[in-house]
Ligand binder design. Structure first.
Ligand code: WQD
Length: 333
Protein backbone atom coordinates (compact mmCIF):
# COMPACT_ATOMS: atom_id res chain seq x y z
CA UNK A 1 0.00 0.00 0.00
CA UNK A 2 1.02 3.61 -0.51
CA UNK A 3 0.50 5.41 2.78
CA UNK A 4 0.71 9.09 3.56
CA UNK A 5 2.30 9.40 7.01
CA UNK A 6 1.80 12.88 8.41
CA UNK A 7 4.30 13.63 11.16
CA UNK A 8 6.40 10.75 9.83
CA UNK A 9 9.67 12.32 10.99
CA UNK A 10 8.52 12.45 14.62
CA UNK A 11 9.05 9.97 17.42
CA UNK A 12 6.23 7.49 16.78
CA UNK A 13 5.91 8.38 13.09
CA UNK A 14 9.54 7.56 12.25
CA UNK A 15 9.35 4.14 13.95
CA UNK A 16 6.14 3.45 12.04
CA UNK A 17 7.75 4.42 8.72
CA UNK A 18 10.54 1.89 9.42
CA UNK A 19 7.98 -0.87 10.06
CA UNK A 20 6.03 0.10 6.92
CA UNK A 21 9.14 -0.03 4.74
CA UNK A 22 10.23 -3.33 6.22
CA UNK A 23 6.77 -4.78 5.51
CA UNK A 24 6.99 -3.74 1.84
CA UNK A 25 4.69 -0.71 1.96
CA UNK A 26 5.44 2.67 0.40
CA UNK A 27 5.24 5.39 3.04
CA UNK A 28 5.16 9.02 1.91
CA UNK A 29 6.17 11.34 4.75
CA UNK A 30 4.63 14.80 5.17
CA UNK A 31 6.17 16.65 8.10
CA UNK A 32 6.79 20.36 8.68
CA UNK A 33 9.77 19.55 10.95
CA UNK A 34 8.35 21.83 13.65
CA UNK A 35 9.25 19.16 16.22
CA UNK A 36 11.47 16.78 14.25
CA UNK A 37 14.78 16.83 12.44
CA UNK A 38 15.42 16.44 8.72
CA UNK A 39 18.19 13.89 9.30
CA UNK A 40 15.60 11.42 10.62
CA UNK A 41 14.99 10.61 6.93
CA UNK A 42 18.68 9.68 6.57
CA UNK A 43 18.50 7.54 9.68
CA UNK A 44 15.40 5.71 8.37
CA UNK A 45 17.38 5.02 5.18
CA UNK A 46 20.35 3.72 7.19
CA UNK A 47 18.09 1.30 9.08
CA UNK A 48 15.99 0.04 6.16
CA UNK A 49 18.20 0.60 3.11
CA UNK A 50 15.29 2.48 1.56
CA UNK A 51 14.77 6.22 1.45
CA UNK A 52 11.15 7.22 1.98
CA UNK A 53 9.71 10.05 -0.10
CA UNK A 54 9.65 13.12 2.13
CA UNK A 55 7.75 16.40 1.79
CA UNK A 56 8.47 19.22 4.20
CA UNK A 57 4.85 20.25 4.42
CA UNK A 58 2.47 21.84 6.86
CA UNK A 59 -0.62 19.64 6.65
CA UNK A 60 -2.86 22.68 7.08
CA UNK A 61 -1.74 23.63 3.56
CA UNK A 62 -4.43 22.10 1.33
CA UNK A 63 -2.61 23.02 -1.91
CA UNK A 64 0.53 21.21 -0.74
CA UNK A 65 -1.52 18.16 0.27
CA UNK A 66 -3.21 18.17 -3.16
CA UNK A 67 0.19 18.10 -4.83
CA UNK A 68 1.11 15.03 -2.76
CA UNK A 69 -2.16 13.24 -3.53
CA UNK A 70 -1.74 14.13 -7.24
CA UNK A 71 1.76 12.67 -7.31
CA UNK A 72 1.14 9.38 -5.44
CA UNK A 73 -1.70 6.82 -5.42
CA UNK A 74 -2.38 7.18 -1.68
CA UNK A 75 -4.40 4.22 -0.33
CA UNK A 76 -4.47 5.30 3.32
CA UNK A 77 -3.35 8.03 5.70
CA UNK A 78 -1.74 7.57 9.10
CA UNK A 79 -2.12 10.90 10.83
CA UNK A 80 0.47 11.72 13.49
CA UNK A 81 1.12 15.39 12.76
CA UNK A 82 0.03 17.40 15.81
CA UNK A 83 1.31 19.54 18.63
CA UNK A 84 1.59 17.33 21.72
CA UNK A 85 2.97 19.21 24.72
CA UNK A 86 0.27 18.98 27.37
CA UNK A 87 1.55 21.88 29.51
CA UNK A 88 2.06 24.20 26.54
CA UNK A 89 -1.47 23.45 25.36
CA UNK A 90 -2.84 24.77 28.67
CA UNK A 91 -0.95 28.05 28.14
CA UNK A 92 -1.59 28.33 24.39
CA UNK A 93 -4.96 26.66 23.75
CA UNK A 94 -5.69 28.51 20.51
CA UNK A 95 -2.39 27.37 19.02
CA UNK A 96 -3.32 23.76 19.79
CA UNK A 97 -6.94 23.91 18.66
CA UNK A 98 -6.01 25.77 15.46
CA UNK A 99 -3.18 23.47 14.52
CA UNK A 100 -4.49 20.07 15.52
CA UNK A 101 -8.08 20.55 14.34
CA UNK A 102 -7.19 22.40 11.13
CA UNK A 103 -4.66 19.76 10.19
CA UNK A 104 -7.13 16.91 10.60
CA UNK A 105 -9.94 18.76 8.79
CA UNK A 106 -7.74 19.82 5.88
CA UNK A 107 -6.48 16.30 5.49
CA UNK A 108 -10.00 14.84 5.49
CA UNK A 109 -11.17 17.40 2.92
CA UNK A 110 -8.28 16.64 0.58
CA UNK A 111 -8.77 12.88 1.10
CA UNK A 112 -12.40 13.34 0.08
CA UNK A 113 -11.37 15.20 -3.10
CA UNK A 114 -9.09 12.32 -4.03
CA UNK A 115 -11.41 9.47 -2.95
CA UNK A 116 -9.05 8.20 -0.23
CA UNK A 117 -11.11 6.38 2.40
CA UNK A 118 -8.77 4.86 4.98
CA UNK A 119 -7.59 6.87 8.00
CA UNK A 120 -5.56 5.73 11.00
CA UNK A 121 -5.58 8.33 13.75
CA UNK A 122 -2.99 8.89 16.44
CA UNK A 123 -5.24 9.31 19.47
CA UNK A 124 -4.44 8.99 23.15
CA UNK A 125 -5.54 7.40 26.40
CA UNK A 126 -6.13 10.98 27.55
CA UNK A 127 -9.60 10.76 25.91
CA UNK A 128 -10.77 8.59 28.83
CA UNK A 129 -10.60 11.71 31.01
CA UNK A 130 -10.29 11.79 34.79
CA UNK A 131 -13.47 9.90 35.70
CA UNK A 132 -13.34 6.45 34.13
CA UNK A 133 -12.18 3.50 36.25
CA UNK A 134 -9.12 1.64 34.98
CA UNK A 135 -8.26 -0.52 33.14
CA UNK A 136 -9.73 1.61 30.39
CA UNK A 137 -11.92 -0.17 27.85
CA UNK A 138 -12.86 1.21 24.45
CA UNK A 139 -16.60 1.20 25.12
CA UNK A 140 -16.20 3.58 28.08
CA UNK A 141 -17.23 7.17 27.56
CA UNK A 142 -14.27 8.95 25.99
CA UNK A 143 -15.60 12.45 25.70
CA UNK A 144 -13.50 14.36 28.18
CA UNK A 145 -9.93 15.32 28.73
CA UNK A 146 -7.82 17.37 31.09
CA UNK A 147 -5.92 19.64 28.68
CA UNK A 148 -6.53 21.43 25.37
CA UNK A 149 -4.10 18.92 23.81
CA UNK A 150 -6.29 16.08 25.07
CA UNK A 151 -9.46 17.82 23.96
CA UNK A 152 -8.12 18.03 20.40
CA UNK A 153 -7.87 14.20 20.46
CA UNK A 154 -11.45 13.92 21.79
CA UNK A 155 -12.68 16.35 19.13
CA UNK A 156 -10.90 14.68 16.23
CA UNK A 157 -12.25 11.30 17.32
CA UNK A 158 -15.71 12.91 17.24
CA UNK A 159 -15.10 14.45 13.81
CA UNK A 160 -14.00 11.08 12.43
CA UNK A 161 -16.97 9.29 13.97
CA UNK A 162 -19.43 11.80 12.49
CA UNK A 163 -17.66 11.69 9.14
CA UNK A 164 -17.91 7.88 9.06
CA UNK A 165 -21.64 8.15 9.79
CA UNK A 166 -22.05 10.52 6.85
CA UNK A 167 -19.76 8.48 4.56
CA UNK A 168 -20.51 4.79 5.11
CA UNK A 169 -17.65 3.70 2.85
CA UNK A 170 -15.04 5.56 4.95
CA UNK A 171 -12.94 3.73 7.52
CA UNK A 172 -11.25 5.34 10.53
CA UNK A 173 -9.22 3.54 13.17
CA UNK A 174 -8.68 5.54 16.36
CA UNK A 175 -5.57 4.32 18.16
CA UNK A 176 -5.53 5.32 21.82
CA UNK A 177 -1.91 5.15 22.87
CA UNK A 178 -0.93 4.74 26.49
CA UNK A 179 2.65 5.84 27.39
CA UNK A 180 5.08 5.08 24.55
CA UNK A 181 8.74 4.91 25.55
CA UNK A 182 11.82 3.11 24.22
CA UNK A 183 13.68 3.51 20.98
CA UNK A 184 14.71 1.66 17.83
CA UNK A 185 17.29 -1.06 18.54
CA UNK A 186 19.73 0.64 16.13
CA UNK A 187 19.97 3.61 18.48
CA UNK A 188 19.23 5.86 15.50
CA UNK A 189 15.60 6.74 16.25
CA UNK A 190 14.08 7.73 19.57
CA UNK A 191 12.29 10.42 21.50
CA UNK A 192 14.25 13.67 21.24
CA UNK A 193 12.12 16.55 22.49
CA UNK A 194 13.41 20.11 22.14
CA UNK A 195 14.46 21.74 25.41
CA UNK A 196 13.94 20.24 28.85
CA UNK A 197 11.73 17.16 28.51
CA UNK A 198 8.29 17.01 30.13
CA UNK A 199 7.82 13.27 29.80
CA UNK A 200 9.38 10.80 32.18
CA UNK A 201 11.65 8.64 29.99
CA UNK A 202 13.32 11.45 28.01
CA UNK A 203 13.95 13.19 31.33
CA UNK A 204 15.50 10.03 32.78
CA UNK A 205 17.71 9.78 29.68
CA UNK A 206 19.03 13.31 30.15
CA UNK A 207 19.76 12.67 33.84
CA UNK A 208 21.54 9.41 33.01
CA UNK A 209 23.60 11.26 30.39
CA UNK A 210 24.60 13.85 33.00
CA UNK A 211 22.84 16.69 31.15
CA UNK A 212 20.33 17.19 33.96
CA UNK A 213 21.21 16.90 37.62
CA UNK A 214 18.46 14.64 38.94
CA UNK A 215 14.96 13.39 38.33
CA UNK A 216 12.13 14.73 40.45
CA UNK A 217 9.50 12.07 40.99
CA UNK A 218 6.20 13.93 40.98
CA UNK A 219 4.45 12.77 44.13
CA UNK A 220 5.17 9.92 46.52
CA UNK A 221 1.89 9.99 48.42
CA UNK A 222 -0.57 8.59 45.89
CA UNK A 223 -2.85 5.72 46.82
CA UNK A 224 -0.75 3.24 44.83
CA UNK A 225 1.47 0.35 46.01
CA UNK A 226 4.64 2.49 46.33
CA UNK A 227 2.97 5.92 46.45
CA UNK A 228 4.04 6.97 42.93
CA UNK A 229 1.85 7.17 39.81
CA UNK A 230 1.28 4.10 37.67
CA UNK A 231 1.14 4.18 33.87
CA UNK A 232 0.97 1.68 31.03
CA UNK A 233 4.38 2.12 29.34
CA UNK A 234 4.72 0.43 25.96
CA UNK A 235 7.65 0.09 23.58
CA UNK A 236 7.46 2.45 20.61
CA UNK A 237 8.33 -0.41 18.22
CA UNK A 238 5.31 -2.39 19.49
CA UNK A 239 3.25 0.75 18.97
CA UNK A 240 4.60 1.14 15.42
CA UNK A 241 3.66 -2.48 14.63
CA UNK A 242 0.18 -1.71 15.96
CA UNK A 243 -0.20 0.82 13.13
CA UNK A 244 0.45 -1.87 10.52
CA UNK A 245 -2.23 -4.06 12.08
CA UNK A 246 -4.56 -1.07 12.19
CA UNK A 247 -3.98 -0.39 8.49
CA UNK A 248 -4.99 -3.95 7.59
CA UNK A 249 -8.09 -3.62 9.74
CA UNK A 250 -8.88 -0.21 8.28
CA UNK A 251 -8.72 -1.47 4.70
CA UNK A 252 -11.07 -4.38 5.46
CA UNK A 253 -13.71 -2.52 7.50
CA UNK A 254 -15.94 0.54 7.38
CA UNK A 255 -16.86 3.03 10.08
CA UNK A 256 -14.92 4.40 13.07
CA UNK A 257 -13.41 1.95 15.54
CA UNK A 258 -11.26 2.73 18.59
CA UNK A 259 -8.48 0.53 19.95
CA UNK A 260 -6.31 0.82 23.04
CA UNK A 261 -2.62 0.25 22.37
CA UNK A 262 -1.00 -0.57 25.70
CA UNK A 263 0.43 -3.57 27.52
CA UNK A 264 -2.43 -3.92 30.00
CA UNK A 265 -0.15 -3.48 33.05
CA UNK A 266 0.61 -0.55 35.30
CA UNK A 267 4.19 0.34 36.19
CA UNK A 268 4.99 2.96 38.83
CA UNK A 269 7.48 5.80 38.42
CA UNK A 270 9.80 4.19 40.98
CA UNK A 271 9.50 0.79 39.30
CA UNK A 272 10.51 2.39 36.00
CA UNK A 273 13.44 4.22 37.63
CA UNK A 274 14.62 0.97 39.22
CA UNK A 275 14.19 -0.96 35.97
CA UNK A 276 16.24 1.69 34.14
CA UNK A 277 19.01 1.47 36.73
CA UNK A 278 19.25 -2.31 36.66
CA UNK A 279 18.82 -2.71 32.88
CA UNK A 280 21.65 -0.26 32.22
CA UNK A 281 23.84 -0.57 35.31
CA UNK A 282 23.46 3.14 35.96
CA UNK A 283 22.82 5.01 39.17
CA UNK A 284 20.06 7.51 38.57
CA UNK A 285 19.91 10.41 41.03
CA UNK A 286 16.34 11.26 41.99
CA UNK A 287 14.31 12.95 44.65
CA UNK A 288 10.62 12.63 45.47
CA UNK A 289 8.90 16.01 45.09
CA UNK A 290 5.35 17.33 45.12
CA UNK A 291 2.62 16.06 42.82
CA UNK A 292 2.38 17.55 39.30
CA UNK A 293 -0.92 19.30 38.69
CA UNK A 294 -3.28 17.34 36.46
CA UNK A 295 -1.64 13.91 36.92
CA UNK A 296 -3.97 10.97 37.52
CA UNK A 297 -2.76 8.50 40.19
CA UNK A 298 -2.95 5.44 37.95
CA UNK A 299 -4.33 4.07 34.71
CA UNK A 300 -3.63 1.35 32.21
CA UNK A 301 -5.26 -0.30 29.23
CA UNK A 302 -7.51 -3.23 28.81
CA UNK A 303 -5.66 -4.29 25.67
CA UNK A 304 -7.87 -7.26 24.79
CA UNK A 305 -9.78 -5.64 21.91
CA UNK A 306 -6.59 -4.97 19.94
CA UNK A 307 -5.51 -8.56 20.54
CA UNK A 308 -8.82 -10.02 19.39
CA UNK A 309 -9.61 -7.77 16.42
CA UNK A 310 -6.19 -6.50 15.27
CA UNK A 311 -4.13 -9.54 16.25
CA UNK A 312 -1.77 -7.17 18.07
CA UNK A 313 -0.19 -7.32 21.47
CA UNK A 314 2.84 -5.67 23.00
CA UNK A 315 5.80 -8.06 23.17
CA UNK A 316 8.64 -5.92 24.56
CA UNK A 317 9.39 -5.89 28.29
CA UNK A 318 9.99 -2.90 30.55
CA UNK A 319 13.65 -3.92 30.52
CA UNK A 320 13.69 -3.73 26.68
CA UNK A 321 12.14 -0.27 26.91
CA UNK A 322 14.75 0.93 29.42
CA UNK A 323 17.71 -0.56 27.55
CA UNK A 324 16.70 0.83 24.15
CA UNK A 325 15.88 4.26 25.62
CA UNK A 326 19.37 4.52 27.07
CA UNK A 327 21.00 3.12 23.93
CA UNK A 328 19.43 6.07 22.09
CA UNK A 329 19.86 8.74 24.77
CA UNK A 330 23.54 8.05 25.43
CA UNK A 331 24.38 8.87 21.82
CA UNK A 332 21.87 11.72 21.55
CA UNK A 333 22.96 14.15 18.91
C1 WQD B 1 4.53 9.73 33.38
C2 WQD B 1 4.65 9.65 34.89
C3 WQD B 1 4.47 11.74 36.04
C4 WQD B 1 8.20 13.50 34.55
C5 WQD B 1 1.53 12.37 28.88
C6 WQD B 1 0.30 12.92 28.20
C7 WQD B 1 -0.35 11.87 27.36
C8 WQD B 1 0.65 11.34 26.36
C9 WQD B 1 1.88 10.84 27.03
C10 WQD B 1 1.39 12.33 24.28
C11 WQD B 1 3.65 10.53 35.62
C12 WQD B 1 5.83 11.14 36.23
C13 WQD B 1 7.14 12.64 34.78
C14 WQD B 1 9.10 13.77 35.61
C15 WQD B 1 7.84 12.31 37.04
N1 WQD B 1 0.94 12.41 25.46
N2 WQD B 1 6.97 12.06 36.01
N3 WQD B 1 8.88 13.16 36.81
O1 WQD B 1 1.63 12.50 31.97
O2 WQD B 1 1.28 9.99 31.84
O3 WQD B 1 1.15 11.34 29.78
O4 WQD B 1 2.41 11.85 27.90
O5 WQD B 1 1.79 12.88 23.46
O6 WQD B 1 -1.45 12.41 26.73
O7 WQD B 1 -0.60 13.38 29.18
O8 WQD B 1 3.35 11.01 30.82
O9 WQD B 1 5.81 10.82 30.82
O10 WQD B 1 4.76 13.04 31.46
O11 WQD B 1 4.56 11.11 33.01
O12 WQD B 1 7.69 11.79 38.14
O13 WQD B 1 10.06 14.54 35.47
O14 WQD B 1 5.95 10.13 35.27
O15 WQD B 1 4.01 12.33 37.23
O16 WQD B 1 3.23 9.83 36.75
P1 WQD B 1 1.80 11.25 31.22
P2 WQD B 1 4.70 11.56 31.47
Amino acid sequence: MTILVTGGAGYIGSHTVVELLQAGHTPIIADDLSNARADVIDRIETITGQRPVFYQTDCKDAAALRRIFSSHPIDAVIHFAAFKAVGESVKLPLKYYRNNLDTALTLLEVMEEFGCKNFVFSSSATVYGPNNPYPYREEMKAIESSSPYGWTKVMIERILTDYCTAKPDFSAVLLRYFNPIGAHESGLLGDEPNGIPNNLMPYIGRVAAGQLEKLTVFGGDYDTPDGTCQRDYLHVVDLAVGHLKALQYCAAHKGAEAFNLGTGSGVSVLELVNAFQSANGIDLPYTVGPRREGDLPAFWADASKAKTLLGWEAVHTVEDMCRSSWNFAKNAR
